[in-house]
Write a protein of this length. Structure first.
Length: 91
C-alpha cells in the first residue's frame, strides 16, 4: 500500500513509501530554485507509475511554491518533454 508523498528535508528528497520500500526524488533548494537530481524506484515496484507520480508531484510542488526548476534528473527531463507546459518553469 502506497503512502502519501512526503518531503524529507533531512535527506533532501521527496519520498513515496510502498510498504517498507521507498521511491524518491533527490533535490536541493537554492536561490529560489528547486533543483532535481535523481529519481529512484526499487526494481520490485518498477512499471507501476510511481516515478511518474513522483515527477508530477515534485513539479507541482515547485510551481505552488513559486520556484524555478533546474532539472538534472533524466526521468523528469523525459516527463517534461511529454508535458511541455513545464518548460515555462525551468531555468
Amino acid at each position: 500500500m502506497e503512502s502519501a508523498i512526503i518531503r524529507n528535508e533531512k535527506e533532501h528528497r521527496f519520498e513515496l513509501w510502498t510498504g517498507d520500500l521507498v521511491s524518491f526524488v533527490t533535490y536541493n533548494i537554492k536561490d529560489n530554485m528547486l533543483i532535481l537530481f535523481h529519481t529512484e524506484v526499487p526494481e520490485e515496484l518498477s512499471g507501476n507509475g510511481i516515478a511518474t507520480k513522483l515527477a508530477a508531484y515534485v513539479l507541482n510542488y515547485g510551481k505552488e511554491h513559486h520556484y524555478k526548476l533546474k532539472v538534472y534528473c533524466p526521468f523528469i527531463l523525459k516527463y517534461i518533454e511529454r508535458h511541455p507546459e513545464w518548460k515555462a518553469y525551468m531555468v
